[in-house]
Design a binder for this molecule. Structure first.
Ligand code: GUN
Length: 292
């Protein structure tokens, strides 16, 4: 193994420290405690864990936090009425609806998350925030790609003029990641399931971001020697004797790629840890912006 391992734990701790420092400054200067409201609908076990982690992070940083648990039977009208209340609640600076939504609500995800005021949209999913990002203006940016970008900055990975390849074009990761890298003056290519000769494209990348949700999709021979590889995938393999719950792996064949790359994020222990830490930063940013 030759690559430098970019540890999510280390960077997440630094992000949280930054957020806590900024939160304390808001408290001291303006008497404002940044507040987050998380809405969770139904009983999805993975979502329960994610929401608990978000609530815990708020407590760790002494931010105000509310978790609103709604039953699967809640109607869209009831859900949006709750969002409206939070939109006008002065204690709450950030609102997040945990995804995926269950049942018929899933088909109304865009309308439901779009109900959150853009200035409280700490997920960065609102079209106004998407537009601001694409236009290179300040706004709230989706937590996972924002975390990846800040990690690249702190790790001293040169982005200006670098060739960046993002594999995956989701609204939550791929597209915002491409916009962020472009804002840093990287030359950005976005690849997806229709891309021809994917390996030829990824082998050009100084910075390679994998966000496709397929275990081991990026092989060592697809990585340029010395490249920085960011693995956003979190996939659970079928259970085996050593891993009764199923082993967690990324989109990158870690062992192989680590022989070729200059720097690489592991899974677990990589980018996943940055998301909640970055959410804390977004809550503090939202609170600071709402003072103006
Ligand atoms: N579910 C999985 N990831 C996310 C995320 O980043 N935001 C929200 N709201 N739900 C999620």
């Amino acid at each position: 193994m030759s690559a430098r391992i970019l540890s999510g734990k280390e960077f997440a701790a630094k992000f949280k420290e930054d957020a806590a420092k900024r939160a304390r400054a808001l408290e001291e200067k303006y008497g404002v405690t940044p507040g987050l409201a998380v809405i969770i609908v139904g009983e999805d076990p993975a979502s329960q864990v994610y929401v608990r982690n978000k609530d815990r992070a708020c407590q760790e940083l002494a931010l105000y936090s509310e978790v609103i648990r709604l039953p699967e039977t809640v109607t869209e009208q009831e859900l949006t009425a709750r969002i409206d209340e939070l939109n006008y609640d002065k204690r709450i600076h950030g609102i997040l609806v945990q995804l995926p939504l269950p049942g018929a609500l899933a088909r109304r995800e865009k309308e439901i998350t779009g109900r959150i005021l853009p200035e409280k949209d700490v997920d960065g999913f609102h079209p106004v925030n998407v537009g601001r990002l694409v236009m290179g203006e300040p706004g709230l940016v989706p937590c996972t790609p924002a975390g990846c970008l800040k990690m690249l900055e702190l790790a001293g990975i040169a982005m200006d003029g670098a060739r960046a390849v993002v594999v995956g074009r989701s609204n939550i990761v791929g597209k915002p990641m491409a916009s962020l890298l472009l804002r840093e003056n990287a030359t950005v290519t976005v690849c997806h399931s229709h891309t021809k000769d994917l390996a030829a494209v990824t082998r050009e990348a100084d910075i390679l971001v994998a966000a496709v949700g397929r275990p081991g999709f990026i092989r060592a021979d697809m990585v340029k020697p010395g490249a920085t590889v960011i693995d956003v995938g979190i996939n659970r393999l079928p259970p085996d004797a050593d891993h009764p719950r199923g082993k967690l792996v990324g989109d990158v064949d870690f062992a192989g790629a680590a022989e070729v790359a200059g720097a690489i994020t592991p899974v677990p222990g990589g980018v996943g840890l940055l998301t909640v830490a970055m959410l804390m930063e977004n809550v503090v940013t939202a609170a600071a912006c709402q003072l103006a």
